[in-house]
Design a protein around this ligand. Structure first.
Ligand code: PEP
Ligand code: MN
Length: 339
């Protein structure tokens, strides 16, 4: 961490800052310029905020050199982490992108099985579907709960697809743990710290969605928390963020986050073109863009009748459009991964 003093800061103020840094267990390197003194604080700086140094008398500005997350950072773990889901699904590294498809909400066994069969036929490796749904309105469909998880289990057994489903509350952890191959932490829960802590104590792979307005540091710090508790099987998922324009798209698809994550973290990163755009006709172009940008996978909402879906129908692909996208993704994958 670099602490830049005010021009002409007194010797007394400089020494107080040095003592403060040393008292926290860090070393200092002092660069006394003609106008300004710069103090480099060396040690475990990730435990401290820049603000706590900024309020010291005589300090103008404080900047981090290291990223605030440590376990999730590529600086501490150079090679790519590959997360294994189920028996042999590999997400991350040089593996070809993994496609996860399924409804927003699990609605009935019949509909889920029809979806699972199409997902399987089109080459998806995993089935998604929410049994516990985070809904903005309190009187909208909030999922089938345990019954939905049972339907998911039936679809898993019939198709052999691994399943990912959202966990919203620590009280449901045992139940969701039992019925899933991967735990999804939704955008709205990215900073639910008690949930992150509990999931960190499990050994189940995690799909950690980016919060609605989370910075990349905040997102990686959420991953850091899970890792800090012991679970490093984390796949990050970019799902679009809130910006000033929501007229044409539900969110702004931050495709740049994909190469940014790959540069600063060793964790795999996938993309959700459904929530990122909110419009079914934008799903295919953004899905392809994300693969070209280096995403390790995609999570896509599909349904036999999106207009009748109980949630997120507007951003959901029908079977015909999903089949077409799958073919295009297959071609893209062959071009990029020679597989
Ligand atoms: C979902 O996957 O259906 C969902 C609710 O996503 P998000 O948490 O990204 O909004
Ligand atoms: Mn959804």
């Amino acid at each position: 961490m670099i602490i830049i003093m005010e021009p002409g800061a007194s010797e007394e103020k400089i020494n107080k800052v040095i003592s403060y840094v040393v008292d926290l267990g860090m070393k200092t390197i002092i660069n006394r310029g003609v106008v300004q003194t710069v103090i480099a604080a060396i040690g475990e700086t990730s435990n401290y905020s820049t603000e706590q140094f900024e309020i010291l008398e005589g300090v103008r500005k404080v900047e981090r050199i290291q990223v605030p997350f440590k376990l999730a950072s590529r600086d501490s773990h150079h090679s790519d982490t590959v997360v294994t889901v189920g028996k042999n699904i590999k997400i991350g590294g040089e593996n070809p992108p993994v496609i996860i498809a399924g409804p927003c909400s699990i609605e009935s066994e019949e509909v889920l099985l029809a979806i699972a069969r199409v997902a399987k036929e089109c080459g998806a490796k995993m089935l998604r579907g929410g049994a516990f749904k985070p809904r903005t309105g309190p009187r909208t469909f909030e999922g089938l709960g345990k019954l939905g998880l049972k339907f998911l289990d039936t679809a898993r057994k019939e198709t052999g697809l691994a399943v990912v489903t959202e966990i919203m509350d620590t009280k449901d952890l045992d139940l969701v743990y039992e019925f899933s191959d991967m735990l999804q932490i939704g955008a709205r829960n990215m900073q639910n710290f008690s949930l992150l802590n509990e999931i960190g104590r499990t050994n189940k792979p995690v799909l950690l969605k980016r919060g609605l307005s989370a910075t990349i540091d905040e997102w990686l710090l959420a991953a850091e928390r899970i890792m800090d508790k012991g679970n490093s099987q984390i796949v990050l998922c970019e799902r679009g963020i809130r910006t000033f324009d929501s007229k044409y798209t539900r969110n702004t698809a931050d495709i740049a986050a994909i190469p940014v994550i790959k540069k600063f973290s060793h964790l795999p990163v996938i993309f959700d073109p459904s929530h990122a755009t909110g419009k079914w006709n934008l799903v295919a172009p953004l899905a392809k863009a994300a693969i070209v940008a280096g995403a390790h996978g995609l999570i896509i909402e599909i349904h036999p009748n999106p207009e009748r879906a109980l949630s997120d129908g507007a951003q959901t692909l029908n079977f015909e459009n999903y089949k077409k996208l799958s073919k295009d993704l297959e071609k893209l994958s062959q071009m990029l991964f020679n597989s």
